[in-house]
Design a protein around this ligand. Structure first.
Ligand code: RFL
Ligand code: PHB
Length: 391
């Protein structure tokens, strides 16, 4: 087989890259290790920056997103039993949208199939070869047959645990990493969310986040130990902990309980590799960087990466001009590091650190107070949260 761009991974990064390249008239083949059902049902991110919504809309993927997405003008920071609203729209003129990552993935897969473009699910033994030549190659097994795909370029969009980053010889990449001493226990519950906007709560028992997937489906997260077993928690314990951390002085927490439909534990990590490229292999999305979910940046960064990559690939395929591809890693990393900083900052501000001394504790409270009561402080949070400008 032969294609212009071989894409490993059918998450948001790989699928959107394939879509944008198709719009530019460039052939791609998408290879995915898991089944279609698995990638369409995997519950992950939920919050889209305005720029992400704009990119999806311009690419013709906005119909269901605009019908079903929940547009939010603000968020609440809750600490010391009091809620403080950050007016995202008033401060920045922009909004964020709640629309599950798996819905974005479903829309992208539907578009790909409607275009009649190749996407192979359940491929095994994927490997990338000859990366520093002009004819890189992907080998894999599909429906019991060994196959090879010759490419002009390969996009490694195979997530944090994929094979593409690992195929780059050691010593060529610099890794920047921070692992946090906690994780998130997340649940999906058949219950209306406690508020129509997101609530980020700092509490001495640990962080909690109340978000949603629809007006009748809550997505709730609790800071927990990094090695927590989600199934060791009874439903009652989860609800009691959420009530305690979302409690308000002199008012009910507004938290409504319901059947827990799904649960899981998410590790918290900051991770970047530089450069995001080796020869003709380009790493995009979680394959190259991970942020802790507190700033809701992971999927948005994946989208921003491939938007820039698609333009660089287009310039290359049209004019055999390598300049944009050569600049791509540095261009993408400038945005990635700002999102890393913001995600690290939101995480530090809102979580309980067992080793924090009383001085650090007071500094965090002062910072929260500043963010909630200074226009400059609130603006800094708001402009990062809604997403920094794309160009
Ligand atoms: P993905 O989605 O991991 O997709 C990679 C795909 O590659 C496939 N794959 C392979 N395919 C072929 N051969 C191989 N050898 C392969 N190895 C792997 C995988 O099966 C998979 O389908 O990476 P991508 O596309 O870079 O997208 C990144 C996002 O998924 C991720 O950043 C976000 O989910 C992070 N995230 C959030 N991001 C946001 O922007 N807003 C949020 O609100 C948000 N909340 C979250 C999150 C992530 C979470 N978890 C579970 C990690 C909340 C949570 C709880
Ligand atoms: C989500 O809706 O799953 C979500 C929203 C905001 C975050 C993290 C997760 O910061």
């Amino acid at each position: 087989m032969r294609t212009e761009v071989g894409i490993v991974g059918a998450g948001p990064a790989g699928l959107l890259l394939a879509h944008l390249l198709h719009l530019a008239g460039i052939d791609t083949v998408v290879l995915e290790a898991r089944s279609r059902q698995h990638v369409e049902e995997r519950i992950r991110a939920g919050l889209l920056e305005q720029g992400t919504v704009d990119i999806l809309t311009e690419a013709g993927l906005g119909d269901r997103l605009h019908r079903e997405g929940l547009r939010h003008d603000g968020l609440e920071l809750r600490f010391d039993g009091t809620g403080h609203r950050i007016d995202l729209h008033g401060l920045t003129g922009k909004r964020v949208t709640i629309y599950g990552q798996q819905e974005v993935v479903k829309d992208l897969i539907a578009a790909r199939l409607a275009q009649g473009q190749p996407i192979l699910f359940e491929v095994a033994d994927t490997a990338v070869h000859d990366l520093d030549t002009t004819r890189p190659r992907i080998t894999f097994r599909h429906e019991g047959r060994d196959q090879a795909l010759d490419c002009d370029l390969i996009a490694g969009c195979d997530g944090f645990h994929g094979i593409c980053r690992a195929a780059i010889p050691t010593g060529l990449l610099t890794v920047f990493e921070r692992v946090y001493p906690f994780a998130w226990l997340g649940i999906l519950a058949a219950a209306p969310p406690p508020s129509h906007e997101l609530i980020y709560a700092r509490h001495e028992r640990g962080f909690a986040l109340a978000t949603m997937r629809s007006p009748s489906l809550s997505r709730l997260y609790l800071q927990c130990a990094p090695d927590e077993d989600a199934h060791a928690w009874s439903d009652d314990r989860i609800w009691a902990e959420l009530h305690a951390r979302l409690a308000l002085h002199g008012a009910a927490s507004q938290l409504r309980e319901g059947t827990i439909l799904q649960r899981g534990v998410t590790a918290m990590r900051s991770f970047v590799v530089e450069p995001m490229r080796h020869g003709r292999l380009f790493l995009a999305g979680d394959a190259a960087h991970i942020v802790p979910p507190t700033g809701a940046k992971g999927m948005n960064l994946a989208v921003a990466d491939v938007r820039v990559l698609a333009r660089a690939i287009e310039a290359f395929q049209r004019g055999r001009n390598m300049a944009l591809l050569d600049a791509w890693s540095a261009t993408a990393l400038a945005r990635i590091w700002k999102a890393q900083r913001f995600s690290w900052w939101m995480t530090s501000l809102l979580h309980r650190f067992d080793d924090a001394d009383p001085f650090e504790h007071r500094l965090r409270l002062a910072e929260l107070d500043y963010v909630c009561h200074s226009r400059a402080g609130a603006m800094s949070l708001a402009e990062n949260y809604v997403g920094l400008p794309l160009d």
